[in-house]
Design a protein around this ligand. Structure first.
Ligand code: SF4
Length: 179
């Protein structure tokens, strides 16, 4: 059987969902036998999200321009996109800043009002990504195929979600690409 092309992505989250993924322990060996990891912040240093990905776990909300650009690429190049954890599903913790009403008050609070030395707003185009006005869950930007709630989702839930995809469910024969 062909290996599936598998990816994980880290947007605005604490990486706790990825830590839970690592809690799969020895089942990670099974996963490695059935999937090629083509992009992930865990154990790989691939810079660009590749074409023709079968399954991708997306952790985190969409908080800045880099998150947005990456997510749009992920959707175009992925058959089965899994909204991975509460920050991806609801915006959860990063979404708490939405109560302040936009990016500007957040930056002012963090970099001016609370600064003890050299208060200044970060401005480094191309290096520091601009914050979006609101942190959004993944499905408000692109279509999502599978929702996996939890903060973080426990390892057995991750396994139960991935196992049918490894057997060839949606990942290879089901849903169309969202171009
Ligand atoms: S859902 Fe929870 S564990 Fe996952 S990135 Fe968000 S805060 Fe962290």
């Amino acid at each position: 059987m062909d290996k599936i092309r598998f990816a994980t992505v880290w947007l605005a989250g604490c990486s706790g969902c990825h830590m839970s993924f690592l809690d799969l322990d020895e089942w990670l060996i099974v996963l490695a036998q059935q999937a090629d990891v083509v992009y992930s912040p865990v154990g790989s240093d691939i810079k660009d999200y590749p074409e023709n990905v079968d399954v991708c776990l997306v952790e985190g909300g969409v908080a800045n321009e880099d998150n947005l650009e990456l997510l749009l690429n992920v959707r175009k190049r992925t058959k089965t996109l899994i909204s991975f954890g509460d920050c991806a599903v609801t915006a959860n913790v990063p979404g708490m800043r939405n109560m302040l009403g936009g990016a500007e008050p957040v930056l002012k609070r963090g970099y001016l009002e609370l600064a003890e030395h050299s208060p200044q707003l970060p401005h480094a185009p191309g290096i520091v990504p601009e914050l979006l006005a609101q942190v959004l869950p993944v499905h408000q930007i692109v279509p999502v195929d599978i929702y996996m709630p939890g903060c973080p989702p426990p390892a057995d839930r991750i396994r139960a979600t991935l196992e049918p995809l490894l057997r060839g469910g949606n990942a290879r024969h089901g849903r169309p690409r969202h171009d």
